[in-house]
Design a protein around this ligand. Structure first.
Ligand SMILES: Cc1cc2nc3c(=O)[nH]c(=O)nc-3n(C[C@H](O)[C@H](O)[C@H](O)COP(=O)(O)OP(=O)(O)OC[C@H]3O[C@@H](n4cnc5c(N)ncnc54)[C@H](O)[C@@H]3O)c2cc1C
Length: 327
């Protein structure tokens, strides 16, 4: 028995989601933790991160079919790594890719899968609690197949190193990929445009803006506050749909999920789809003209007022006090 975790690189290191998923997997105390590395070779940094997470073996598929993402090919690699690891629990981060790959695996094997799991509440029978309805409800699900397949909800655990490092032995995997596995394959990837929100999902402070910004020229105040706080800008879907700001800045069910120490939503009503993306924030300071807006009633702190007056006033106060962001 062992746990196989699908991990991905971000540059020369493991992605934050991968570190969270490995920490989650270790917490199951279910034999060795193996990793399957997708999206590149095992750099020294990746192997070191895996070792620090207590990983016993890092399986690395290579060859045609693995230069570019193809979910069905990745599903085959998970099967091969699962056999090598003799894994009976397979976990990926609950990203679009993680869900897509494990859905392929579950489909191929004709077994069940649970997405967006928050915690495992029983091992025999294997029962999990998972986020549904964009994070607004928790569902209890049992997985009755011999191999349990699940993805983990973002930020369900804080990544932490293992008490003792693992061997992280690299095992090259030879996986034969046929044309059937390459019917849907990434052919081109564009880097998103650089901007102050490039670190939205990992920012410690996020300043949000919604329809209350009033138009594409109404973001000067939030941009300045985010810069002063050393944070990122996040927006509602109305803002991206109207083309006021780019989609990569969107927070919510169909945008990024954030969990900063402080979220400052300005002129955002707090619809459930937006709330789904920001509810893990440790503290929320809402600014809105409507004291009854859902964001105002759920926030830790609420300021009733016009964001075009309140936000510059906060920035000015911080700057005149000589405040500098903590690093
Ligand atoms: C399938 C689906 C997925 C969705 N996914 C997302 C998602 O990922 N993210 C997301 O955000 N939404 C999403 N939505 C849309 C969501 O339902 C809301 O429509 C959207 O979040 C509303 O954006 P908003 O708060 O900016 O606008 P509104 O709901 O119009 O709220 C504007 C707020 O600004 C306040 N305001 C106005 N002027 C000022 C001012 N000068 N100063 C201060 N406050 C002011 C108002 O009082 C109001 O509370 C989704 C919807 C669907 C159906």
């Amino acid at each position: 028995m062992s746990v196989l975790v699908i991990v991905e690189r971000e540059g020369e290191r493991l992605s934050l989601v991968s570190l969270e998923t490995l920490t989650f997997a270790r917490g199951l105390e279910h034999g060795d933790v193996h990793a399957l590395l997708l999206g590149g070779s095992a750099s020294d940094g990746v192997v070191a991160d895996c070792a620090a997470q207590g990983v016993a073996v890092v399986h690395v598929p290579s060859g045609p079919g693995f230069e570019r993402h193809a979910a069905a090919a990745a599903g085959l690699a998970v099967e091969a790594a699962g056999r090598a690891a003799r894994a009976d629990v397979v976990i990926a981060g609950g990203t679009n890719r993680g869900n897509e790959i494990l859905a392929h695996l579950a489909g191929r094997r004709g077994i069940g899968m649970a997405a967006n799991v928050l915690r495992v509440v029983g091992k025999d029978p294997f029962v999990v609690e998972r986020q549904v309805v964009g994070g607004n409800a928790v569902e209890t699900t049992s997985l009755t197949d011999r191999v349990r397949v699940l993805t983990m909800a973002g930020h369900a655990v804080e990544p932490a190193p293992a008490p003792a490092p693992g061997a992280a032995t690299v095992n090259p995997l030879d996986v034969a990929v046929g044309p059937g596995e390459l019917r849907a394959q990434v052919v081109r990837t564009e880097r998103r445009e650089a901007g102050d929100s490039s670190g939205l999902t990992s920012a410690r402070v996020v300043v949000g803006a919604g329809r209350g910004a009033g138009g594409p020229d109404g973001f000067g105040g939030v941009d300045a506050l985010a810069a002063t706080l050393g944070g990122a800008v996040g927006v509602s879907r109305v803002v991206t749909s109207l083309g006021w700001r780019p989609h990569h800045e969107q927070v919510g069910q169909t945008g990024s999920r954030i969990s900063p120490d402080l979220y400052i939503p300005c002129g955002i009503s707090g619809a459930i789809q937006h709330w789904a993306g920001c509810q893990s924030s440790k503290a929320i300071l809402a600014i809105n003209t409507d004291p009854e807006a859902p964001m105002m009633t759920k926030a830790t702190y609420a300021v009733v007022g016009d964001m075009h007056e309140v936000v510059p006033a906060i920035t000015e106060e911080l700057q005149s006090g000589g405040w500098t962001p903590a690093r």
